[in-house]
Design a protein around this ligand. Structure first.
Ligand code: FES
Length: 286
């Protein structure tokens, strides 16, 4: 006669019905996997990017590899360049009215606002930096209730987290920035006063623009703007095609593009910094 082992059912977990959030109390974390690994790695990744972003924003130089190198590469951290100190080849708008300040400090407010309020990044920093909650089925650190939540948890229903709802408006600004970075990638094909060509820096800028579009169009707000509020998709074939064939597939990989675009922005800036400062030669393909 065979004996089946390990079939004993675990004791039921009490759940606070109607509570703010359910889940096991801290003493009964059931997960035995390394649930802490993902918040740890993503938290380190975000901190590294923040450190790099602060360095490059305050750096204020070597963000444009221009005609003295026969190239036209502008760092995405400094685009659009609209202060007095911008090189004449890339300056935008009424730059004379804004004094000597690193343009990145003014520009980054908008893309950072978009990223900080992004649904994916919210999940990441809520888990990594606030441990609220640190992972699925793991109670908040500092929880005092049986349901595993903090005693004064109000989610995103009150100030300041209610401001996360501005994400849909940041999306419109993000589309403008994606267009500007696309223009910068096209400008990356310029070599010399009147010539065109292809350098490694051009490819770096093109990949940067493509990743920014993949991230921006995969936004949950974008998916709603395109596909939401339509009673019959048969009456909106263009919106349906965009929603089904472009935005939804990108949305399914939003986390991937969030990281790829973030890392590539930093890489693009670093590449241009090295080329502009003379530390690296930009190989020309043709
Ligand atoms: S949800 Fe991530 S960019 Fe909108």
């Amino acid at each position: 006669m065979s004996v089946v082992q390990g079939t004993a059912r675990p004791a039921p977990i009490p759940v606070e019905i109607g509570g703010v959030r359910g889940g096991p109390p801290r003493a009964q974390i059931l997960r035995r996997d390394r649930w802490w690994l993902q918040p740890l790695v993503t938290g380190i990744g975000l901190l590294l990017f923040i450190a790099y972003g602060v360095w490059t924003a305050f750096r204020g130089d070597y963000y444009f590899a221009g005609q003295h190198l026969q190239t036209h590469y502008l760092s995405p951290f400094y685009s659009p360049c609209f202060v007095q100190s911008c090189p004449t080849d890339v300056v935008w708008g009424p730059a004379g009215s804004i004094g000597a300040v690193s343009p990145a400090l003014l520009i980054l407010i908008f893309p950072m606002g978009f990223r900080v309020t992004c649904y994916y990044y919210r999940k990441t920093y809520y888990r990594s930096f606030w441990a609220s909650p640190p992972a699925c089925a793991v109670a908040d650190v500092g929880s005092t209730k049986p349901g595993g939540v903090r005693s004064r948890y109000s989610g995103e229903t009150r100030f300041p987290l209610i401001l996360q709802n501005f994400h849909r408006y940041f999306w419109y600004v993000a589309v403008i920035f994606a267009g500007i970075l696309t223009w910068d990638a096209i400008e990356g094909f310029r070599f010399g006063p009147n010539g065109w060509g292809l350098g490694v820096g051009t490819i770096v800028l093109v990949i940067n623009a493509v990743l920014i579009w993949c991230y921006t169009l995969g936004c949950h707000a974008c998916r709603h703007i395109c596909g939401g509020g339509v009673r019959k998709f048969s009456k909106a074939p263009v919106r349906h095609a965009l929603w089904a064939k472009v935005i939804t597939p990108l949305n399914a990989h939003h986390q991937l593009f969030a990281w790829m675009s973030l890392i590539w922005i930093a890489f693009t800036d670093l590449y241009i910094y090295l080329v502009a400062s003379g530390a690296l030669h930009d190989p020309r393909i043709f």
